[in-house]
Design a protein around this ligand. Structure first.
Ligand SMILES: *[C@@H]1O[C@H](CO)[C@@H](O)[C@H](O)[C@H]1NC(C)=O
Ligand SMILES: *[C@@H]1O[C@H](CO)[C@@H](O)[C@H](O)[C@H]1NC(C)=O
Ligand SMILES: *[C@@H]1O[C@H](CO)[C@@H](O)[C@H](O)[C@H]1NC(C)=O
Ligand SMILES: *[C@@H]1O[C@H](CO)[C@@H](O)[C@H](O)[C@H]1NC(C)=O
Ligand SMILES: *[C@@H]1O[C@H](CO)[C@@H](O)[C@H](O)[C@H]1NC(C)=O
Ligand SMILES: *[C@@H]1O[C@H](CO)[C@@H](O)[C@H](O)[C@H]1NC(C)=O
Ligand SMILES: *[C@@H]1O[C@H](CO)[C@@H](O)[C@H](O)[C@H]1NC(C)=O
Ligand SMILES: *[C@@H]1O[C@H](CO)[C@@H](O)[C@H](O)[C@H]1NC(C)=O
Ligand SMILES: *[C@@H]1O[C@H](CO)[C@@H](O)[C@H](O)[C@H]1NC(C)=O
Length: 897
C-alpha cells in the first residue's frame, strides 16, 4: 500500500533535490572523498610515483578513451605531489560502468599511488553579507575603535616590540587581491607588497558550469565588477594580514604577500586548482599559507587536506579556517582544517562595528539602523519623518499609504501586512524612505525586503517608540544622516556565533585557537568600494596567519621552530572567553580552541607547555585516561606554578529524548565537570630545565547515552616573578561510546517516488520500469545521517535467499552528517534500474578495457524481484565486522521491462 507523505516530509522534499550522491570507481587505490555532497561526477586526480609518470599516465588515458570522452585538466610535478587531474564524459549509466572498468585497469598500474575523486569547493562563505562600503576610509579615531589589535595585543607588538612581519612571506589562496588598492602596495611583483602569485582560473571560472571557462592570468588581480556576486574576499583577507595606509594597519603590515587566485567572480572552485595553488605556494618559499576556505565535513581525507598536511610537514605553517557552520551544532569543523599538522582557526567577535546612523530632532542619541541586505539604495537625503501607518497599523486591506508621506520619511511598525507591500505602497505614494521597527525586537531590527526602491531603515523598538511619541505630540521630526559610526558589539571578545564547533569525527582536538573574525573592517577591491566589514572564520584565519608572521619575526630569519611548537606556544598564552549569552561560565574549548591569541605574551613568554591541547577521546577508547604535559623553561629565571583544573561549560550535542539522536542545532550548553588527577599540584622549573605533570581524567558522572562533551583547561597559575604569566592547556572528552551512536535518523532510509510524494514502506513493492530511461522520473533512495560515517554500502539482494548480487552504487565513503539546513537535510540516490554486479565483469560490453563509441545500454538489473540493503558503518567501527554497521532493508523491488 502506498502511503502519502505527511506534510512535513513533503516540505522536506521540495527542498532537497540537489543532494544526489553518485558512486565512484571502485578500486583499492581510490581515496575516499571527504564529502560526497561536493563530489564532481567523473572527475579524478591521480597521484603518481614519479614526475616522468605524469606524461606516461596522461598518454595512457588518451589512448584508452575516445577523445570526446576524456579531458585532461592539470598536471602536477612537484616533490610533494606528482599527478594528473582529468574528467570523463559518460553520457549514460552503461557508459559509466564501462568507463569504470577501463579506469580500474589503468589504476592497477604500479605508478599509480592513489586516486582522489575531485570535489567542488564552494566559494568562501561569509557569516554576514551586509557589506558596508566606506569608500573614503575612516578617520584615525574611528579606525582605533574598529581595530581588533587591542584584543590580541598586536598593538603592543607593533608599538613596543616593533615586529611587523618584515621578510616573512605569507601565501594567500583565495579570490585574488586588488593589489592596486592604496593599502596593498599599488602594484605587483618585485618591490611591491604583493610580490608573488598568479591567477589560476580567470574571472569567468565557475565549476558549476558543464564546461567551466578557465583563463589563467599572470597576476592574481581581483577586479570583478560590483554586479557580479563577488565579495572581495581575497582582498579583505590580504588587508587583514598586511594592509597598511593612514588610519589602517594590518596584523603584519610589512609582510610580503604571495597570492594565488582560485575563484572566479562567481561560484566556487575545484580541489585540483587548490592543489595547484598549494604546490606553487610551497615552491615560492612561503613561510605561512592562509586558507580561508574549506568544506563542511569533519573528515580529512580530501586531496587538499593530504597535500596541505604534507606541506605542513616541511615546516610551513598551514593556517586554515574552521568554518562558519557553528549554528548547526557539534562536529561542524570543516576539511582541510581537520587535517594533520594544520592549524584550525575559530572566530571571536570584534569590539565595534560600523553601522549607519541618523539623528532625529528631539531624540538625544544618534540612532543606529540596519538596511536590508538586498538594498541597492545607498544615499539618504535629509528629510522630515511622518507616520506611515494609518492609525499606526495599516488596518485597511492592501495597506494603503497615507498621502501625507509624499516627499517625507515614513515611520511604520512591522505587522498587519507584508513589509514588502508596505514599502511598495509608500514608494508609490512618493515617500523618501521607510523607517521600520518591530515590537518584539529590542535590538536594531533587520528588515527582510527584496525589492525596495526607496531607502529602508530598521531601528530598535526603543527608538521607534521615542519617535512615535514625538509625532504624537505633533512635533516636527527631521532626520539627518550621519553615515557610518562605530557601535559597540554586545558579543565583543567572545566566540562568534557562526564559528564551527569541534571536534573532528576522530575526536581530534579542533578548532585549535581563535583569531578575531566577527565584524572585521578591512580592504575591498576598488570596484567594490575600497573598504568594508566582513565576518567569518575566513577573517579570523588571516588574523592568526599575520600573528604567526610576527612571532617568526621574533625568532629571526633563520627560525627552526616546528609549526606545531609555534601553535602550542600560541595556545599556552591564549585568552579564555566566557559565554556571551546564556549560562555563566567559560566557553568550551570545542568552540574557542585554546582561546583568542595573545601575541605579545606569546612572543615574550619563555615557558612552553607541550602538548598544547588534550583530547581525552570517548570513555570507551583506550587512550582516554592519562596524558603527560611537559613544562619547559626557555627563560633565564626560575618559575613556579600552581596546577589546577579550570572546567568550562560542557556541550550537549544531541536531543536524545525527542528524536533518537538528532543534533541540537545550535548546540545546548550544560554543566558536567570532569575531575583531573594531577601528579603534581605545584611545580618549579629552573632555567633550561623541564618538568612533567601527568593528567588523569575522571569524567563527569552523567548518562553516557547523552554523549556529553565536557571540557576545561589545565591551568598553570604563576607563583613566581610578576613578568611570568599563567599558562593554560585546553582539554575535552566525551562521556559515552561513539560507536553506539545510531548512524541513520530513525525515519530513514526510505524510498520515494520521483516526485517525492509517495513513500514505499517495507510492505510495499516498488516497481522499476526499465524502459523508463529518464533518471528524473526514477524513484529515490533517501537516508539522513545523524553522525558522519566512513562507509555506506547500498547493495542489491536476491529476494528469496538474501544473497548479495551487486551494488546499486559503489560504496559511498566519508560522508558528513546531515544538518537541518535545506541544502544538507538528506542524502538521495537515484534508483534507475542499473547496478554494479558483484565479482562478475562479463556483463561489460567491452571486456577488453577499451572505450569504443558504440551505443551500449549498460548493466541493467535482470528482470525479477529483489531487495535493497543499506549499511552504514558506526563511528570508530571496523569495516570488517558486520556488527559495526547499522543495517536497513527495503521491501520488494520489482524490475519490469
Ligand atoms: C585619517 O584620519 C585623519 C583624521 O583623524 C584624516 O584627516 C585623514 O583624512 C584620514 N586618512 C584617510 C586616508 O582616510
Ligand atoms: C515588490 O514586491 C511586492 C510584494 O511582493 C510586489 O507587490 C511589487 O510588485 C514588487 N515590486 C517590484 C518593483 O518588483
Ligand atoms: C579516539 O579513539 C578511537 C578509537 O577508539 C580512535 O580511532 C581515534 O583515533 C581516537 N582519537 C584520538 C584523538 O585519539
Ligand atoms: C641564516 O642561514 C643562512 C644559510 O643557512 C646563513 O648564510 C646566514 O648567515 C644565517 N643568518 C643568521 C642571522 O644566522
Ligand atoms: C578559570 O579561568 C578564568 C579565565 O581565565 C579565570 O577568570 C578563573 O579565575 C579561572 N578559575 C580557576 C578556578 O582557576
Ligand atoms: C536546549 O535548550 C533549549 C533552550 O534553552 C531548551 O528549550 C531545550 O529543552 C534544550 N534541549 C535539551 C535536549 O536539553
Ligand atoms: C507522484 O508519483 C506517483 C508514483 O509515480 C503517482 O502515483 C502520483 O500521482 C504522483 N503525484 C504527483 C503529484 O505528481
Ligand atoms: C528514451 O526513450 C525514449 C522512448 O523510449 C526515446 O525516444 C529516447 O531516445 C530515449 N532517450 C535516450 C537518451 O536513450
Ligand atoms: C556473470 O554474468 C553472466 C552474464 O550476465 C551470467 O551468465 C553469469 O551467470 C554471471 N556469473 C555470476 C557468478 O554471477
Amino acid at each position: 500500500m502506498l502511503r502519502p507523505l505527511s506534510f512535513s516530509f513533503i516540505l522536506f522534499f521540495f527542498l532537497l533535490s540537489a543532494f544526489i550522491v553518485e558512486g565512484l570507481v571502485e578500486h583499492y587505490k581510490v581515496k575516499k572523498p571527504s564529502t560526497h555532497e561536493n563530489v564532481i561526477e567523473n572527475r579524478y586526480t591521480v597521484e603518481l610515483s614519479h614526475p616522468t609518470e605524469v606524461t606516461y599516465f596522461t598518454d595512457a588515458l588518451s589512448n584508452a578513451f575516445a577523445p570526446q570522452h576524456i579531458k585532461i585538466h592539470r598536471q602536477f610535478t612537484h616533490s610533494v605531489f606528482n599527478g594528473v587531474s582529468f574528467k570523463l564524459i559518460s553520457s549514460s549509466s552503461g557508459r559509466r560502468f564501462q568507463h569504470h572498468q577501463i579506469l580500474q585497469s589503468l589504476f592497477d598500474d604500479e605508478s599509480v599511488l592513489a586516486v582522489y575523486p575531485s570535489r567542488r569547493v564552494s566559494s568562501p562563505s561569509l557569516a554576514q553579507s551586509a557589506v558596508e562600503h566606506v569608500a573614503a576610509g575612516v578617520n584615525s579615531s574611528v579606525s582605533k575603535l574598529l581595530s581588533p589589535h587591542g584584543l590580541t595585543q598586536v598593538d603592543r607588538v607593533h608599538k613596543d616590540l616593533k615586529y611587523t612581519g618584515k621578510d616573512i612571506i605569507i601565501g594567500v589562496i583565495d579570490s585574488g587581491v586588488d593589489y592596486m588598492h592604496p593599502a596593498l602596495g599599488g602594484g605587483f611583483g618585485k618591490g611591491f607588497k604583493v610580490r608573488y602569485g598568479e591567477d589560476l582560473v580567470g574571472d569567468k571560472f565557475d565549476p558549476s558550469d558543464d564546461d567551466p571557462i578557465i583563463k589563467p592570468g599572470p597576476t592574481p588581480l581581483e577586479n570583478c565588477d560590483a554586479n557580479t556576486r563577488a565579495s572581495g574576499h581575497g582582498t579583505h583577507v590580504s588587508g587583514i594580514i598586511a594592509g597598511k595606509t593612514d588610519n589602517f594597519t594590518g596584523v603584519a603590515p610589512d609582510a610580503t604577500l604571495a597570492v594565488w587566485r582560485v575563484f572566479g567572480c562567481t561560484g566556487g572552485t575545484e580541489d585540483d586548482v587548490i592543489i595547484d595553488a598549494l604546490l606553487k605556494a610551497e615552491k615560492a618559499g612561503c613561510d605561512i599559507i592562509n586558507l580561508s576556505l574549506g568544506d563542511n565535513s569533519g573528515w580529512s581525507e580530501s586531496p587538499t587536506a593530504v597535500v596541505a598536511s604534507r606541506i605542513a610537514k616541511r615546516g610551513i605553517h598551514m593556517v586554515i579556517a574552521a568554518g562558519n557552520d557553528g549554528l548547526n551544532g557539534a562536529f561542524t569543523v570543516g576539511s582541510p582544517s581537520t587535517g594533520d599538522n594544520t592549524l584550525s582557526v575559530a572566530s571571536f567577535d570584534n569590539e565595534n562595528v560600523l553601522i549607519p546612523h541618523f539623528k532625529a530632532s528631539h531624540v538625544k542619541d544618534n540612532i543606529a539602523f540596519a538596511i536590508p541586505s538586498s538594498t541597492k539604495v545607498k544615499t539618504y537625503p535629509s528629510g522630515e519623518l511622518v507616520p506611515g501607518d494609518d492609525n499606526y497599523g495599516f488596518l485597511g486591506a492592501g495597506c494603503p499609504a497615507p498621502a501625507s508621506v509624499k516627499g517625507k520619511y515614513a515611520l511604520v511598525e512591522e505587522g498587519s501586512c507584508h513589509l514588502q507591500e508596505k514599502v511598495h505602497n509608500l514608494a508609490k505614494a512618493g515617500a523618501l524612505g521607510m523607517v521600520v521597527y518591530k515590537n518584539s525586537s529590542k535590538i536594531m531590527y533587520s528588515p527582510r525586503i527584496d525589492n525596495a526602491t526607496i531607502p529602508v531603515m530598521g531601528i530598535s523598538v526603543k527608538y521607534g517608540e521615542a519617535l512615535i511619541d514625538q509625532l504624537d505630540d505633533d512635533k516636527i521630526v527631521e532626520l539627518k544622516f550621519l553615515g557610518q559610526l562605530p557601535l559597540p558589539l554586545l558579543t565583543a571578545n567572545t566566540v562568534s556565533v557562526f564559528s564551527s564547533v569541534g571536534a573532528s569525527y576522530e575526536l581530534d582536538f579542533r578548532p585549535h585557537i581563535s583569531g578575531v573574525g566577527g565584524s572585521i573592517y578591512s580592504t575591498l577591491p576598488r570596484k567594490l568600494g575600497y573598504w568594508g566589514t566582513l565576518s567569518g572564520t575566513s577573517m579570523a584565519t588571516p588574523y592568526v596567519a599575520g600573528s604567526i608572521a610576527l612571532y617568526l619575526n621574533s625568532l629571526g630569519k633563520n627560525y627552526t621552530m616546528e609549526p606545531n611548537t609555534v601553535l602550542e606556544h600560541f595556545q599556552n598564552y591564549a585568552y579564555k572567553a566566557p559565554l556571551a549569552r546564556g549560562p555563566k561560565g567559560l566557553d568550551s574549548p570545542l568552540r574557542q580552541g585554546a582561546g583568542l591569541i595573545q601575541v605579545y605574551d606569546t612572543i615574550t613568554q619563555k615557558v612552553h607547555v607541550s602538548p598544547g591541547s588534550i583530547s581525552f577521546n570517548d570513555t570507551a577508547s583506550s587512550n582516554y585516561k592519562t596524558h603527560t604535559l611537559t613544562i619547559m623553561n626557555h627563560g633565564d629565571k626560575l618559575v613556579s606554578y600552581q596546577v589546577s583544573n579550570n572546567a568550562t561549560l560542557a556541550i550537549l550535542p544531541y536531543d536524545v529524548a525527542e528524536d533518537g539522536y538528532t543534533y541540537l542545532e545550535p548546540l545546548n550548553y550544560t554543566t558536567a565537570i570532569a575531575k583531573l588527577r594531577l601528579s603534581k599540584k605545584t611545580i618549579k622549573v629552573a632555567p633550561g630545565k623541564s618538568v612533567q605533570v601527568k593528567v588523569t581524567v575522571i569524567p563527569p558522572d552523567v548518562d553516557p547515552k547523552k554523549h556529553i562533551m565536557y571540557g576545561g583547561y589545565v591551568q598553570f597559575k604563576s607563583r613566581s616573578h610578576q613578568s611570568s604569566h599563567d599558562i593554560s592547556v585546553p582539554y575535552f572528552g566525551l562521556v559515552g561510546k561513539q560507536k553506539d551512536l545510531p548512524v541513520f535518523d530513525h525515519h530513514t532510509p526510505f524510498i520515494t517516488s520521483d516526485n517525492s510524494t509517495v513513500v514505499y514502506d517495507k510492505h510495499d513493492t516498488l516497481t522499476i520500469q526499465r524502459s523508463n530511461n529518464d533518471t528524473e522520473l526514477a524513484p529515490l533512495l533517501n537516508f539522513r545521517l545523524l553522525t558522519g560515517t566512513r562507509l555506506v554500502k547500498v547493495e542489491l539482494l536476491e529476494r528469496i535467499n538474501g544473497k548479495v548480487i551487486g551494488d546499486i552504487v559503489p560504496p559511498l565513503t566519508y560522508l558528513p552528517r546531515n544538518t537541518l539546513t535545506t541544502r544538507r537535510l538528506i542524502h538521495s540516490l537515484i534508483l534507475d534500474g542499473y547496478y554494479y554486479p558483484k565479482g562478475n565483469n562479463t556483463n561489460a560490453k567491452t571486456p577488453d578495457g577499451k572505450d569504443d563509441d558504440a551505443d551500449d545500454d549498460g548493466v541493467h538489473i535482470p528482470l525479477g524481484t529483489y531487495k535493497i540493503r543499506v549499511q552504514a558503518l558506526h563511528l570508530f567501527g571496523d569495516p570488517q565486522k558486520s556488527g559495526d554497521f547499522q543495517t536497513w532493508e527495503s521491501g520488494n523491488i520489482k524490475i519490469v521491462e
